[in-house]
Design a protein around this ligand. Structure first.
Ligand SMILES: *[C@@H]1O[C@H](CO)[C@@H](O)[C@H](O)[C@H]1NC(C)=O
Ligand SMILES: *[C@@H]1O[C@H](CO)[C@@H](O)[C@H](O)[C@H]1NC(C)=O
Ligand SMILES: *[C@@H]1O[C@H](CO)[C@@H](O)[C@H](O)[C@H]1NC(C)=O
Length: 458
């Protein structure tokens, strides 16, 4: 009898354990967690208050997010592994209350790049519709996140193993979490950190380098939704940080094209960098204008290694101390993987009697890059930076065209030399130069390069 009871007990126990395991797997298979969304009517009717929930994605559940909370650490079986680093994604303001379309792709890109826990902070309930009210909510979100982090610390997670990736307003949410932990969090990455209501704010209220051991930021819309001042140890300003190539800048373009394309470019470039198909390196410079004039062509202040967008420690900076609020500039192409080669064009002409205009075209197969240069009478040397999709050693030809309008009565231009070089140079690469050319109106001059391309980068 006793034996039977024991057996029965064992059976029940086994059944219970099995059902628990099956239950979890069933649940995870059938009920993937998702970000909450809301609509304007829903928002009005329910008077939606701030609600924060967390979704967990790991390499073991890449297809199906699991809801995550403090209880997940003790009561429920969870995919969370406290010996792996933790990436926390925080989205920003949601105008229309819908879920961010890039969330899943960003989480997957992180998981493909590193074996980590990805926690998505969903605060769509509380971040939609009225921007000023949302801004009031953001610190409350940070406080709620800090409560979870305290719990995670009790379960063996170290503050330095947290890396927050905050998009737009989410960057400042991450910044305030960092403030609450006195800058001991490992890293914060701001993807076009929000500008409106933050630019003039105290560093207590916005993302700044004191918020984590390392803070990096990518700026793509600093004249509109993004912030124009540096907020990290390093700040990458893509194409100057304001207007992005391939984004429509006309009122007549689609809503997306006009309103949000520049702002969201930071997220797409970051995902591309995580995919790792080509390096996106920033060049330190004081202003974008200086950068475009070719006044900054190396990373000597970082011992020659240019900071790179992505997950490498301190963006690859080995120099110490790590700088603060260092502006970095780079040009990109208009579509993934976005990497461009920076080509420095140096043109020297004989003194002109009238101002003139030349168009320079670089060609590689069907790819062409154009640049128009206005030439002044008082100047003979011109330097400018171009973004070409492939490396210098793959450039087939250079073409110069004398394009000044007829009424300028522009004459011939005597070019003493035109030189191309790529920067930052990996090794000593001689510039490609052509000397002593006369370009007449209506008669474009072109020159084919015969290059042996042995060590081409991407
Ligand atoms: C939220 O998104 C789901 C799909 O992800 C959709 O079926 C549902 O209608 C949406 N709800 C609201 C309130 O927009
Ligand atoms: C957690 O991660 C560690 C380090 O990669 C690994 O050794 C361990 O097997 C993982 N635990 C589980 C339950 O997957
Ligand atoms: C990254 O790679 C994945 C898989 O190879 C691809 O589906 C995705 O479009 C890529 N994303 C970007 C931004 O390049």
């Amino acid at each position: 009898m006793l034996c039977e009871v024991k057996t029965l007990f064992f059976c029940v126990l086994t059944a219970y354990v099995t059902s628990q395991v099956v239950g979890v797997e069933e649940k995870q298979r059938n009920e993937c967690a998702d970000v909450k969304n809301t609509t304007w009517t829903g928002y009005r009717q329910r008077n939606v208050k701030l609600q924060v929930q967390y979704l967990l994605l790991t390499r073991r559940n890449m297809d199906c997010a699991q809801r995550f909370s403090q209880e997940s650490l003790t009561k429920q079986p969870s995919y969370f592994n406290n010996s792996l680093p933790i990436k926390v994604i925080i989205h920003g303001y949601r105008v229309l209350g819908n879920k961010p379309s890039w969330l899943k792709e960003l989480a997957l890109a992180l998981l493909r790049a590193q074996d980590v826990n990805v926690l998505v902070v969903d605060w769509v309930y509380g971040t939609s519709f009225a921007y000023n009210l949302v801004v009031e909510n953001y610190k409350e979100v940070s406080v709620q996140i800090s409560v979870l982090i305290n719990q995670l610390q009790k379960h063996g997670c170290k503050l330095e193993s947290f890396h927050f990736i905050g998009v737009s307003l989410g960057a400042h949410v991450a910044g305030f979490v960092g403030t609450l932990f006195a800058g001991k969090i490992g890293r914060i990455t701001g993807l076009d950190p929000a500008g409106p209501m933050f630019k003039g704010a105290d560093t207590f209220d916005r993302l700044d380098p004191s918020d984590a051991q390392f803070v990096d930021a990518i700026h793509t819309d600093s004249d509109y939704f993004g912030i124009s001042i540096p907020v990290g140890h390093v700040d990458f300003f893509l194409n100057g940080g304001k207007d992005q190539t391939g984004c429509a800048h006309s009122r007549f373009a689609s809503m997306y094209g006009y309103v949000i394309c520049d702002h969201m470019r930071a997220v797409h470039v970051y995902m591309s960098a995580l995919n790792g198909s080509c390096p996106l390196q920033g060049i330190p410079c004081f202003t974008y204008e200086d950068f475009l004039k070719g006044n900054c062509v190396n990373c000597d202040i970082f011992r020659g290694t240019c900071p790179t967008i992505g997950l490498s420690e301190n963006c690859g900076i080995t120099a110490s101390p790590v700088p603060k609020e260092q502006k970095l500039f780079l040009l990109t192409t208009s579509s993934p993987p976005f990497c461009a080669h920076h080509i420095l064009l140096e043109l020297e002409v004989s003194p002109l009697s009238k101002s003139a205009e030349v168009e320079v075209t670089l060609r590689t197969e069907n790819l062409g890059t154009n640049k128009r240069l206005r030439l002044q009478t008082a100047m003979t040397v011109y330097r400018t930076v171009l973004a070409h999709p492939v490396a210098l050693c793959k450039i087939y030809s250079i073409q110069l065209k004398n394009t000044g309008a007829w009424f300028y009565r522009q004459g011939d231009i005597h070019v003493k030399s035109v030189c191309l070089s790529e920067f930052p140079a990996l090794r000593r690469e001689e510039p490609l130069c052509v000397n002593n050319i006369n370009i007449r109106r209506g008669a474009p001059w072109s020159h084919d390069f015969v290059q042996v391309c042995l060590f081409c980068r991407f």
